[in-house]
Design a protein around this ligand. Structure first.
Ligand code: GN1
Ligand code: MG
Length: 361
């Protein structure tokens, strides 16, 4: 997109300062992101994003969720006497008409304050896993008293395993690409675990497990750290919505607690990294003081559940002909499914060990 067009978009937002420079940033594939630099040294810089409204279809709801989450956290930080609050929580910049996004007739745009002098990590380590656990636990803790009904689901049924399994069953019945023959064994393995994995939804219906505010993308690169290495701010709030805390715990272990890659072609490299598990769990349990006994005991189950759910999602996309996840080669989603399934098996083999560790915290 050319800069004059983006400049015109920037002019619709109530920014403080004069636009000096525009540059694309980041590596996410969901939204397009630009850094907006201002001329004046004493004025902030900004981040402009084009929202992917194919994935986030209700932009109004999406932006309202983010505004509610960030204003709630901002209030908590103020009450706690924190300094530099605009570095510790995202701040949405409204348009000149006071709206939370701008629609140019084609795309939806939003603006945020840029948090200067922050550091992100793509590689995990045990000390970093501990700090990340603390940061996501704090995040959920600050949001644990937000009014019921304040937030909507920005992607309906996003982490609902019953819904994801329905999707898998539906595509298995159609087999539109003729790929089922290759994948049948994995379909059987997954369906054999369906009852165990859907248990959380049943617990919720029985009133045993609450929905809280969950981030739903708990990767280490969604935390900004300060120059001293302390967690500063949780970012990427698009999927922050009502859900089970098991989701956030589990998705971190799925992504960071794997000795291999998410799509590793060499399955012998894929195992749960118990050092990362222990460090993250320790940090998380220390700050997530609201956890009920059933939530706490089931954190290892959460790790299995999210890995299982990701296997189901990759496999369904493979059978369907690769419409959701970008692929680098024709069998990529199948490779991802196998790698996630291998991680699930490793988690299952370590279930007792994980449960025993949680009990010591
Ligand atoms: C997508 O693009 P990324 O990595 O932030 C997906 C997650 C999956 C992940 C698997 C909105 O996230 O749910 O776990 O891919 N996000 C969406 O790599 O579907
Ligand atoms: Mg993301």
């Amino acid at each position: 997109m050319d800069n004059t067009k983006i400049q015109a978009i920037v002019s619709h937002f109530a920014i403080d300062g004069t636009l000096a420079e525009l540059a694309p940033v980041g590596n996410g594939w969901i939204n397009d992101t630009y850094r907006v630099t201002t001329q004046e040294a004493d004025r902030p810089d900004y981040v402009l994003q084009r929202i992917n409204h194919h994935i986030f279809q209700d932009v109004e709801l999406l932006q309202q969720n983010i505004e509610r989450v960030t204003s709630h956290i901002r209030r908590k930080l103020t009450e706690a006497g924190q300094s530099e609050i605009d570095r510790r929580v995202l701040r949405l910049i409204p348009t000149c008409e006071g709206k939370l996004y701008y629609f140019d007739g084609e795309s939806y745009w939003r603006m945020m304050l840029f948090i200067a002098r922050s550091i992100t990590h793509e590689q995990i380590s045990e000390p970093l896993a501990y700090l990340t656990g603390k940061a996501f636990g704090d995040f959920q803790n600050m949001l644990s008293d937000i009014e019921q009904g304040a937030l909507g689901e920005t992607i309906p049924n996003f982490h609902n395993i019953e819904f994801r399994l329905e999707g898998l069953r539906e595509v298995v019945a159609r087999d539109p690409q003729g790929r089922l023959a290759t994948a049948q064994w994995m379909v059987d393995e997954l369906l054999a675990r369906a009852q165990k994995m859907c248990r959380v939804q049943q617990w919720h219906r029985d009133g045993l497990i609450p929905k809280r505010v969950t981030h739903c993308d708990t990767k280490v690169n969604n935390i900004l750290f300060d120059e001293e290495g302390r967690p500063l701010c949780v970012i990427d709030l698009d999927t922050t919505m009502p859900g089970f805390v098991l989701s956030d715990f589990g998705d971190f272990i799925r992504t960071a607690g794997n000795t291999g890659a998410e799509d590793d072609p060499d399955l012998s490299k894929v195992e749960v990294n118990m050092g990362i598990f222990r460090s993250f769990a320790k940090g998380y349990v220390e700050s997530a003081t609201f956890l009920t006994p059933i939530e706490r005991e089931n954190l290892p189950y959460g790790a299995e559940l999210l890995t299982y759910m990701q296997t189901v999602r990759f496999l369904a996309d493979y059978l369907d002909g690769d419409h959701y996840y970008k692929i680098q080669h024709p069998e990529h989603n199948w490779q991802r499914s196998k790698a996630q399934f291998k991680l699930l098996q490793s988690l299952e083999a370590h279930e007792q060990e994980m449960n025993d560790f949680i009990a010591t915290l």
